[in-house]
Design a binder for this molecule. Structure first.
Ligand SMILES: *Cc1c(COP(=O)(O)O)cnc(C)c1O
Length: 389
């Protein structure tokens, strides 16, 4: 008998993403892949030694489900040192399998079927997928695009709140735009959350990768926000260990307990030796991440200048791994066409920013380039783009 099988509806839209398509195209055409945000920069040697030592010492069995006490301690210390917000390690910090699991577990724990999750458009692709798996609806308010980059439209955000909106999901520094929200914008977001009694989830995985002397401010640090905010971050982007998948969520005990109860039946617990290594790294007050930030800022400058010379001017991006380039100068009708032809024309891969939009109103002349690569790789990509002009 023929097998007729369809996957569950909640996964129907997941399919093959444009990221997979572009990565395959990069492989097929031997192009430089600036589409994906997989860092190709080195990790701090001490964190690698800590992990190897933990494995050799036999720390290879299940850790406590909520995380190694030493890591929860280190995360709380680090949050206090960098944002001034204090969390009790015992019940206000949860270790997760990357920030991705923390987001998924939070949406599962905070939303009932039919509830709405509000995010800013564009957003990281795990958010709509996570909302969908929780049975929730994703709703969005657009960021506006200006010559200075992306900006919050507080009235659009306020209008997007509906009667079923439970959670506001914020990401700063922001993927895919490179935007770092200003304290003023965060205050406007906080006002909307207080007016509508929303629970906030903030994804701060790029917290240390902020350029031009700007500073990352956690929404939880604003008056009245700590009690309604779950802050998520991870070691992957700060220490170039994205394959380790060590993340964490901090917040008031009632939110953290709810996330922990979902997490215990997703992954139960997370890689013991990697937790130990991240704990040692976070506790050592290392300035390593400042060097990474400076390297990335130089890469960003190089890429933006190259894109300008190539006739693809980029918006200012103040944080994270990405810049947004305007491809109208090359005569393409939209970023999707541009990205499909760029590998053949220049041997470089980017992804269309429209892929990160939930609404159809995407500024489809923008494409996302990443710069979390070796300097020589960025230089070569720039040479190719300028030559292809
Ligand atoms: C990379 C990324 C993540 C994933 O973090 P993990 O710790 O690897 O799960 C989450 N959010 C954003 C915005 C990212 O860019």
């Amino acid at each position: 008998m023929a097998v007729s099988w369809v996957p569950a509806e909640r996964t129907h839209h997941f399919g093959t993403s444009v990221f997979t398509e572009m990565t395959r195209l990069a492989e097929r055409t031997d192009s430089i892949n600036l589409g994906q945000g997989v860092p190709e920069l080195p990790s701090p040697p001490e964190i690698l030694r800590h992990a190897a030592a933990a494995i050799a010492a036999g720390r290879n069995q299940y850790p406590p489900a909520t995380g190694l006490p030493e890591l929860k301690e280190a995360v709380a210390g680090h949050r206090f040192a960098t944002t001034g917000v204090s969390y009790r390690p015992e019940d206000e910090v949860l270790v997760t399998t990357g920030a991705t699991e923390a987001v998924a577990a939070a949406l599962l724990a905070f939303c009932d079927p039919g509830d709405a999750v509000l995010a800013l458009d564009p957003c990281y692709d795990a958010y709509p997928a996570g909302a969908r798996m929780a049975g929730a609806r994703m709703t969005t308010a657009p960021l506006s695009v200006t010559a200075d980059g992306f900006a919050l439209d507080p009235e659009a955000l306020r209008r997007a709140v509906g009667p079923r909106t439970r959670v506001l999901l914020l990401n700063s520094p922001h993927n895919p735009t490179g935007k770092v929200f200003t304290t003023e914008e965060l205050a406007q977001i906080a006002a909307v959350c207080e007016e509508h009694d929303l629970t906030v989830v903030t994804d701060e995985v790029y917290e240390h990768l902020v350029y031009d002397g700007l500073r990352h401010v956690s929404l939880a640090a604003l008056p009245g926000m700590r009690e309604r905010t779950l802050v998520i971050s991870s070691a992957g982007k700060s220490f170039n260990v994205t394959g380790w998948k060590i993340g964490w969520a901090c917040g008031p005990a009632h939110l953290v307990a709810a996330v922990a109860s979902a997490k215990q039946y997703l992954t139960y617990a997370t890689g013991t030796p990697f937790q130990a290594a991240v704990a040692a790294m976070l506790a050592s007050k290392t300035t390593w991440v400042e060097g990474l930030r400076d390297d990335l800022q130089r890469n960003r400058d190089l890429l933006r200048e190259g894109l300008r010379q190539a006739g693809l001017p980029a918006l200012p991006g103040q944080g994270g791994y990405f810049v947004q380039a305007d491809v109208r100068g090359w005569g393409y009708p939209d970023g999707g066409r541009f990205c499909r032809e760029l590998p053949l024309r220049a041997g470089v891969v980017a992804v269309p920013t429209s892929a990160f939009y939930q609404s159809a109103e995407a500024p489809d002349w923008l494409v996302r380039f990443s710069f979390c690569k070796d300097r020589q790789v960025v230089e070569e990509a720039v040479r190719r783009l300028v030559a292809a002009r």
